[in-house]
Structures are given as structure tokens and as C-alpha cells.
Design a protein around this ligand. Structure first.
Ligand SMILES: NC(=O)c1ccc[n+]([C@@H]2O[C@H](COP(=O)([O-])OP(=O)(O)OC[C@H]3O[C@@H](n4cnc5c(N)ncnc54)[C@H](OP(=O)(O)O)[C@@H]3O)[C@@H](O)[C@H]2O)c1
Length: 320
């Protein structure tokens, strides 16, 4: 099969090898998916560049997310799954056959049914961002009636967090840094969108009774989060770009705030299942929509990684 792989980490333009590798066979409990689209996320360029060290077995075909059709199953998997449209999550987690190839093999439960109402494009955007967003929103149970602040509401995680929170009955406030990103967050369902670079951002975000913050940059936003907090507010952090924050214990105590951190690769399996099922329910009910995106051929994977690494405001998908 044709695949993009790397055998050492480094800059995208240097390390990708595009050629044929043996088509993998599904092992026990696995399915093989004929890939339609492969989704690129920040975690993929971090693993490829080596900035977040990860081990791999000889070579790594990157990308956790994708969509396609199951064409073979391993022992113990219902053969009725052959022909099923699926969206894929966590494909490259401890597995060298990620989605940047004609075929990938993954554990059967990581290939999720894609309803006929959902396009392959939408399916390839779900994985890491949607499941992360669902975990951050729902890790303490239902959020109906709550007011949730989603920082970075035009980002991959942020935008789908808005859609999921609105679907779950919450009122959503989002922050962004530009007018075009404000439009994206507002189109996703945010009722109030604030440019966090505005000098009066704190005033704009105050007094709304925010009980949950979905935080993309704790170091930059902690002061703001505390300034708008009410007792019991929880800040759920899913990103670690930039410097580590200094924790102001007294201010956090005074605010009676809770900090939670999560990494999708390591969350407890029952919480992961719950998060996936929330994504699936929302998807089945048509609550998740296609984000602004750019399609590139698989052969342009290095350019795709460079775009995501540069902070593209569009989701980047590779056509296989
Ligand atoms: N823990 C996990 O399991 C997990 C899962 C998914 C993603 N992540 C990580 O989360 C981060 C974001 O991922 P992503 O895919 O959503 O990336 P993305 O699509 O690039 O979105 C990031 C968004 O954050 C915004 N942003 C940056 N600084 C901000 C600030 N101080 N306040 C408000 N918004 C801010 C950016 O827009 P502006 O710069 O224009 O504001 C951008 O819209 C990455 O570091 C990724 O590796 C972690």
C-alpha cells in the first residue's frame, strides 16, 4: 500500500518517506480500514518532530484520526463489520499503522460507526478534538443549564467543544483573537464571543456565572480565569503549549477553584468510553458540523504538518 511514514523524528520536510509498505493484516481484535481521509492534529506534528518524545517500532505511519470503510477483520471481530463506514480515533497510539496510508489497522473499538448522515470529511475531524472536548465538558456529568467558557473557540478542540456543550444544553461563551475566528465560534453556537486580546476582556467575561472553563492556555489565561471565577468553578486544561503556569495558591483558594488536567492517551478507559459515546450521540443527532478545513493529497503530508504546526485556523485533512 502507499503510505507516509517516518523512521526518525525531525522537520516534516526532512523525515517523511512516501512509498509502498506491506499492507497490514488485522490481528485478533483489530479491523483494517481502507482510509478515505486522514486528519492532522497538533499531537501528530509533536510526535513527528520529536518535541514530545514517543517510541515507535522501526517506522511510524502517523495520524490518529481518519475515516474510511472496514475491509477486513481479525479473529474475534464480527465479520458483519466489513463494509462499515467508520471514523477512527487513536490509531497511531502505540501502533505504527496510523491513518496516513491507504490502510490502517486498529483495535475494533477505535473504529467507530459513521452514520450515513455524516460525511467522511466530518468523520476525519472527530477523533482527538471531539473526544478531548467531550471529556473536558462531561467529566463531572451533565452540563445542561450551566454556563461554559471555551477558550480558543475557533480551534479544533474549542470549536467542537462549543458544539457539544450547546448540544448538551449549556450556554457557551467563547474567546478568540480575531473577527474571523469570532465568526467560527459564533457559527458553532457560542452565544457570547469575546476577543481575549481586548483590554476589557475580563469585564466582558465577568458576571455570567461561568461554572466550567475549557482551557487551552492556562499560563496565559489563569489570571483572567480567576478574575471571572465564582466558587466551585472548574478549569479543565487540555493543552501544554508555552511555559508552565505559576500557580497562585492564595488566589485559587480564595476563588475555591478546581483545576483538572487531562491527556487523551492516558484517560481512564470508562471515561474514554463515556466521552466517545457523547460524541456519537451528538453526531447521530446532527449536532456536529464540518469545521473550516483544507484538503490536501496524502503526498503533501509535509506541507500539511507545517500548516498545523503554524497554527492553521482551518482543519487540515489529507485525501488518501
Ligand atoms: N490533552 C489532550 O489530550 C489534547 C487533545 C487535543 C489537543 N491537545 C492540545 O491542545 C492544543 C490545541 O489543540 P487544537 O487541535 O485545538 O489546536 P488549534 O486548532 O490550533 O487551536 C488552538 C486554539 O487556541 C487558541 N489560543 C491560543 N492561545 C489562546 C489563549 N491564550 N486564549 C484563548 N485561545 C487561545 C488559538 O487561537 P489564537 O492563537 O488565535 O487565539 C487556536 O484557535 C494543542 O497544544 C494540542 O496539542 C491536547
Amino acid at each position: 500500500m502507499f503510505a507516509a511514514r517516518f523512521e526518525k523524528t525531525g522537520p516534516a520536510q526532512d523525515v517523511f518517506i512516501l512509498d509502498q509498505v506491506d499492507t497490514p493484516e488485522p490481528s485478533e481484535g483489530q479491523v483494517r480500514v481502507k482510509i478515505n481521509l486522514s486528519g492532522v492534529n497538533p499531537t501528530d506534528y509533536k510526535g513527528r518532530s520529536g518535541v514530545v518524545p514517543r517510541t515507535f517500532d522501526g517506522f511510524q505511519i502517523p495520524h490518529n484520526d481518519g475515516s474510511g470503510v472496514i475491509d477486513a477483520v481479525g479473529a474475534g471481530v464480527d465479520s458483519q463489520r466489513i463494509g462499515e463506514r467508520v471514523w477512527i480515533m487513536l490509531a497511531a497510539n502505540g501502533n505504527r499503522f496510523g491513518t496516513a496510508a491507504e490502510y490502517c489497522v486498529v483495535d475494533s473499538q477505535l473504529a467507530r460507526p459513521l452514520p450515513d448522515s455524516a460525511s467522511f470529511e466530518l468523520g476525519a475531524t472527530l477523533g482527538v478534538p471531539a473526544v478531548t472536548a467531550a471529556y473536558c465538558l462531561f467529566s463531572d456529568g451533565p452540563i445542561a443549564g450551566q454556563t461554559v467558557l471555551v477558550h480558543g473557540g475557533a480551534g479544533a478542540v474549542g470549536r467542537v467543544a462549543i458544539e457539544l456543550a450547546v448540544w448538551a444544553g449549556a450556554r457557551v461563551i467563547a474567546t478568540v483573537s480575531s473577527e474571523s475566528k469570532a465568526q467560527t465560534a459564533s457559527d458553532a453556537g457560542a452565544q457570547i464571543v469575546v476577543n481575549y486580546t481586548d483590554s476589557d476582556a475580563i469585564a466582558q467575561l465577568s458576571g455570567h456565572g461561568i461554572s466550567r472553563v475549557i482551557e487551552v492556555n492556562l499560563a496565559a489565561n489563569l489570571e483572567l480565569d480567576l478574575a471571572i471565577s465564582q466558587p466551585g468553578m472548574k478549569i479543565v486544561c487540555y493543552a501544554a503549549d508555552g511555559p508552565d503556569p505559576v500557580l497562585p495558591r492564595r488566589a485559587l483558594m480564595t476563588a475555591c477553584a478546581t483545576l483538572e488536567f487531562m491527556l487523551l492517551y492516558n484517560v481512564e478507559s470508562d471515561k474514554l468510553r463515556e466521552s466517545v459515546s457523547m460524541v456519537e450521540e451528538a453526531l447521530a443527532q446532527g449536532a456536529l458540523t464540518m469545521p473550516p478545513h483544507k484538503l490536501l493529497p496524502l503526498s503533501q503530508i509535509a506541507a500539511a504538518h507545517d500548516l498545523v504546526e503554524a497554527g492553521s485556523a482551518q482543519r487540515v485533512l489529507l485525501q488518501v
